[in-house]
Design a protein around this ligand. Structure first.
Ligand code: 13P
Length: 336
């Protein structure tokens, strides 16, 4: 498959991405909520449970993994990435190395991980058959931020990364996440996202990255989580589409949203509302972490005896989000 075919496959027929690439410390935070110890074996058992869920098939086109998971085998010796492939999904890998302050004393951050990236990508391609990669940039909204300096630095790193990934035959997912944290308005979110998307596609063009062989993973346009003025589902959908239409080239095959702290239902409802609009140049789908896993994690609780109920939860969310990516979801379908 060439880059465009990989990207198109991941978002074909309403399929989306399961983001299961939590770093070990982030996985620890999720496990704390269910009182499960954050060990290598528990992380494996949890992910094996997810990847063997029936609802992976036909609903999930790609799974983003953390380095440890790409190398892990299930209890019966099957590589976890093989279980993913057998479900008809492509394995992908998070390749950034997390966040560092933009400069001393700054609240803003830039993503690191370009050192040695070429060699790591070559290994992921050759040894593990990874088909795509992810790099997450974080943009914060607050007093006088985001600054142009922060937006430019992150756009440049994303473009440098995307170029290296494509050179190694892997689709880059470029993720400029504008955080929901704070009391900012939906208009402030729109502005920060518009500036971030515009800087990103300028940087990608300068680096001669092929837009038809990448996926964009943005946040939706929402008010901050502490903002007193809530937005309706339709407002979020309309403003998100407006911002994307103004800033994202039509050659990009797919836009796979992150959930960023939205509830499972909100994330599904927003995606569905956007896909009610039929005249869009790109596929709009999902690349959710928490909004796909929350109910499954809670149902699992670290106990083997809960395996099937937990898998049923993941299958259900995967299916609901596929319907949302086709604009065919409604709240009644949530009843089981
Ligand atoms: P959330 O959907 O939980 O925001 O996670 C997606 C992700 O991969 C963040 O980088």
């Amino acid at each position: 498959m060439n880059l465009n075919e990989i990207a198109e496959y991941i978002v074909s027929d309403g399929k989306g991405i399961l983001a299961a690439d939590e770093s070990n410390p982030t996985c620890g935070k999720r496990f704390d909520t269910i009182n499960v110890e954050n060990t290598e074996d528990n992380r494996r058992d949890y992910r094996e449970m997810l990847f063997r869920s029936k609802g992976m098939k036909d609903n999930i086109g790609g799974v983003i993994l953390f380095d440890e998971t790409l190398r892990q085998n299930a209890i019966d010796g099957t590589p976890l990435r093989k279980i993913i492939e057998d479900q008809g999904a492509l394995p992908g890998i998070k390749v950034d190395k997390g966040l560092t302050p933009l400069k001393e004393g700054s609240d803003e951050v830039v993503t690191q991980g370009l050192d040695g990236l070429h060699e790591r990508c070559a290994d992921y391609d050759a040894l593990f058959n990874a088909k795509f990669t992810k790099w997450r940039a974080v943009i914060k909204i607050g007093d006088g931020i985001p600054t142009d300096e922060c937006i430019e630095a992150n756009a440049k790193a994303l473009a440098d990364y995307a170029w290296v990934a494509q050179t190694n035959n892997m689709v880059p997912i470029v993720e400029p996440e504008v955080l929901m944290d704070g009391d900012h308005t939906i208009t402030e979110c729109f502005d920060a996202c518009a500036r971030s998307f515009s800087a990103l596609f300028n940087a990608l063009q300068k680096r001669e990255v092929d837009n038809s062989g990448l996926l964009l993973k943005p946040s939706m346009i929402t008010p901050g989580s502490l903002c007193s003025q809530k937005a309706t589902i339709q407002e979020v959908a309309d403003l998100t589409i407006k911002c994307l239409k103004e800033n994202v080239p039509s050659e990009v095959p797919g836009i796979t949203f992150l959930s960023g702290g939205q509830s499972e239902l909100e994330a599904t409802a927003h995606l569905n509302a956007m896909n009610k609009e039929k005249d869009l140049p790109w596929k709009l789908s999902f690349s959710y972490g928490r909004a796909l896993q929350q109910s499954a994690l809670r149902a699992w609780g670290g106990l083997q005896e809960n395996l099937f109920i937990a898998q049923d939860e993941l299958s259900h969310r995967a299916n609901m989000n596929k319907l949302a990516a086709l604009g065919e979801w409604s709240e009644e379908l949530e009843e089981r």
